[in-house]
Design a protein around this ligand. Structure first.
Ligand code: NAD
Length: 316
């Protein structure tokens, strides 16, 4: 069976993806440096179920260090999810975001070139569309990123184009749209809102509550990534993986209040620099090329998150 090098596999999306890849009999080598952006313990809990699986190999290492990557041999496919994530922290430390996200991607592409690895799936982001108001966004829309994080993702997409053109490495950039579900990152709104409402803490709401997001349940994202692993019809593609349904912030908070059975205390805050007002994916390209069909509605997805949160969060 195929051997996948999965970077960032101890993280939120990566660990959900690992479970699904192992289920499908892939061999998975996870390269993750357990970055301190959030609790190491949460990432440990993410990977614990895989330890001991003969088709799973965990390498604690850095995508920016060639020697760390080169410990992994005989790779067929790279799925590159590792990154400094988060829009707002990237404004505080743009150089590190550039170094890890763009530099690390370059190092992996060089590794792919040297080892003749011909399939490279990359986690891009809806944030590359930035302040383009022409929603729903198609992949050929004008890109107007407004954060260092978004600009690193865009530069990686272009780097992928260079390597696909020069070296025949098939490069698939998947633009994820606000992924949520079990294992979610604690810096993201859904995690923060559940935590604060459960603990009777005020929740910060930036702007007037009218911003909206195209929330995508993690298992839907996982299906899209797995389809990209098997995609062979062209050498370079950029593909939205969203849900094609927008939810505004107050609607999201209402849904969480209903699930928890408590009202939120809202602490209104000004708009945050780097945050875009709306995200909304046109997913027709993903449907056509990957047979991608997101199936999880918001309520079902939030309930799955809540169950996971109640079981696990006390350990973090
Ligand atoms: N979650 C979302 O809503 C979302 C949306 C758009 C794009 N993305 C992208 O998807 C990918 C996965 O996101 P996530 O939400 O699972 O984040 P995450 O932070 O949970 O996972 C990223 C993983 O990468 C690892 N990592 C960071 N720097 C590394 C380095 N130098 N070397 C090796 N490993 C390193 C981290 O330890 C972490 O486990 C990221 O590239 C992110 O930018 C996520």
């Amino acid at each position: 069976m195929k051997h996948i090098l999965l970077t960032g596999g101890a993280g939120f999306i990566g660990s959900n993806l690992t479970a699904s890849l192992l289920h499908d009999n892939y061999t998975v080598s996870c390269l993750d440096n357990f970055d301190s952006f959030y609790s190491r313990k949460q990432k440990q809990v993410n990977v614990d179920p895989f330890i001991g699986n003969e088709h799973y190999n965990l390498i604690e290492g850095d995508i920016c260090r060639k020697a760390d990557i080169e410990q992994i041999k005989d790779v067929d496919i790279i799925i590159h999810l590792a990154a400094k994530a988060g829009v707002r922290p990237s404004i505080m430390d743009p150089a590190t975001y550039q170094e890890v996200n763009s530099g690390g991607t370059q190092t992996l592409l060089e590794y792919a070139r040297e080892r003749s690895i011909k399939q490279f799936v990359f986690a891009s982001s809806s944030s590359v569309y930035g302040i383009n108001d022409n929603v729903p966004w198609r992949e050929d829309e004008k890109l107007l990123p407004i954060s260092p994080y978004a600009s690193t993702k865009l530069s990686c997409e272009m780097m992928g184009h260079v390597y696909s053109h020069l070296y025949g490495i098939r490069f698939l950039a998947l633009r994820f749209f606000t992924v949520y579900g079990p294992g979610q990152r604690p810096d993201l709104a859904i995690y923060k809102f559940f935590k604060s409402i459960i603990n009777d803490q005020p929740i910060p709401v930036f702007g007037d509550g009218s911003t909206s997001r195209d929330y995508t349940f993690v298992q839907d994202t996982v299906q899209g990534i797995k389809a990209a692993v098997n995609y062979k019809n062209s050498i370079f593609e950029i593909i939205n993986l969203g849900n094609h349904r927008t939810v505004n912030l107050l609607e999201l908070i209402n849904s969480i209040e209903e699930i928890v059975g408590k009202k939120a205390v809202i602490n209104w805050q000004p708009d945050q620099p780097g945050d875009v007002r709306h995200t909304y994916a046109d997913i027709s390209k993903a449907k056509n090329l990957l047979n991608y069909k997101p199936t999880t509605d918001l309520k079902t997805g939030l309930l799955a998150f809540y169950e996971w949160y109640k079981t696990n969060s006390k350990q973090f």
